[in-house]
Design a protein around this ligand. Structure first.
Ligand SMILES: *[C@@H]1O[C@H](CO)[C@@H](O)[C@H](O)[C@H]1NC(C)=O
Length: 410
């Protein structure tokens, strides 16, 4: 647990994204979701909620509370744009066996009914987002069939804020707002305004939750990450895409060009940016970034890229922590993009720690890799020190300084 605390939100310099971990260490969405057999429990079923109950394959509410109490700097993913896919008919195929009928937009456990979805506002024939160049469709219509919540309604945003406040009262410190691009920024704000201060059992009086909005914007889209800056931090997806291109030396890029890294590369203001090399989507070909996204599969370049993030003062750092899966389909045709976490017949395996401090049971634990762990520790020490003494050889060898606090031989 010591390591988690080191990398914790409380230190306010770095986050670890513990994808699909058990409640003892988790930050995947903690509320009840549909169960999908495709052929066995894909990771993305957790992005299809059916209720606000704390009850998933990572654990129940008691286990979640226990985890939050033992490592009190836990943030969670909040899926508040939508519920599950519209095609699921009446039943109880969900992680806590709550009844729902998505085809009738009925979620009695919350409760939500047809009134609470955006269908009336969506102007497309199918009710789906059909044109990503039309900002209103991106916000008002269904994303990949997921039932789009009417966040503009007081009942809906109050229900969501109550759910998030329940988590805050348990001791949660922050939230990743999934699919923020598909919500109007002015509909996110009332939810944030309703959030409680953090639980004073662990946090200073008046502490606000740490929130960042997931907005994929690589430029040239009608929905811009800048639309969301008024609400707080936003994911800067250009960061990992460009850094991967530099590390791979593609398009004539070289590390010497990192001299003006940050706003100088067209990124959002540093005090709004949440930065990372890869995430659970783009490490398996979903979301944005394409081939230049480095992952644990390219370990050498990945360590250089992830090590560079905490060295540099730009943005708030997030480190990915993944699990292993068979990367390609057997015929080698495409990325095997659905596979869920390591499991025995659907039960998620424990994250075991090997004698050499790496993880076992199929968990990659990039955050425990020596180079990455040490650079995050460096960031925690030099946070606030300015960028100084840049040097490069006009090619791919660079150096930079961050004041004089980081000169420890430990
Ligand atoms: C710069 O450093 C890199 C890495 O050590 C080396 O491969 C390259 O030859 C150097 N380039 C120049 C122009 O000195």
């Amino acid at each position: 647990m010591k390591l988690l605390l080191l990398l914790s939100l409380y230190s306010r310099t770095a986050i670890v994204h513990l994808f699909e971990w058990h409640s003892v260490d988790i930050i995947s969405p903690p509320n009840e979701n549909i169960i999908i057999d495709n052929p066995s429990r894909p990771w993305w079923e957790r992005y299809q909620p059916v209720s606000c109950k704390i009850c998933t394959r990572s654990g129940n509410e008691g286990e979640f509370q226990d985890m939050v109490m033992r490592c009190n700097n836990v943030g969670v993913e909040a899926i508040i744009n939508h519920m599950c896919g519209s095609g699921h008919s009446a039943g109880t195929s969900s992680t806590c066996e709550s009844y729902y009928d998505a085809s009738d937009r009925d979620f009695p456990e919350v409760p939500y009914s047809g009134w609470d979805f955006k269908d009336g506002k969506c102007q497309t024939d199918s009710g789906e987002i059909q044109d990503y160049d039309a900002a209103a469709q991106v916000r008002n219509c269904r994303l990949s069939g997921l039932l789009d919540l009417a966040l503009e309604k007081d009942y809906v945003h109050t229900t969501i804020a109550n759910y998030m406040n329940h988590l805050i009262d348990i001791g949660v410190a922050g939230f990743r707002l999934d699919a923020s691009k598909h919500m109007w920024p002015e509909d996110i704000k009332p939810i944030l305004d309703k959030l409680n201060n953090l639980n004073t059992n662990w946090f200073a009086e008046g502490s606000r939750p740490f929130v960042y909005q997931e907005v994929i914007d690589l430029g040239g889209e009608p929905v811009s990450s800048t639309d969301y800056l008024g609400n707080g931090r936003v994911t800067e997806f250009k960061y990992g895409t460009k850094l991967g291109t530099v590390m791979c030396k593609w398009n004539g890029e070289k590390m010497a060009y990192l001299k003006n890294w940050g706003e100088g590369w067209g990124f959002m203001p540093s005090d709004r940016a949440l930065v990372f090399v890869d995430n659970h989507d783009n490490q398996r070909g979903h979301g944005a970034g394409g081939a230049s996204i480095l992952t644990f599969w390219d370990a050498r370049l990945y360590k250089m890229a992830v090590g560079f993030i905490p060295a540099h003062p730009y943005g708030f750092t997030r480190v990915m922590s993944s699990y292993h899966w068979p990367r390609y389909f057997e015929d080698g045709s495409d990325i095997n993009d659905w596979v869920g976490p390591p499991n025995d017949n659907g039960v998620t395996k424990e994250v075991t720690i090997n004698a050499d401090t790496t993880c076992g049971n199929g968990w990659i634990c990039e955050h425990r890799w020596r180079q990455i762990r040490n650079m995050v520790a460096f960031r925690n020490v030099v946070n606030g020190e300015s960028f100084a003494n840049w040097w490069d050889n006009d090619s791919n060898q660079v150096a930079l300084g961050r004041g004089n606090k980081g000169n420890n031989d430990d």
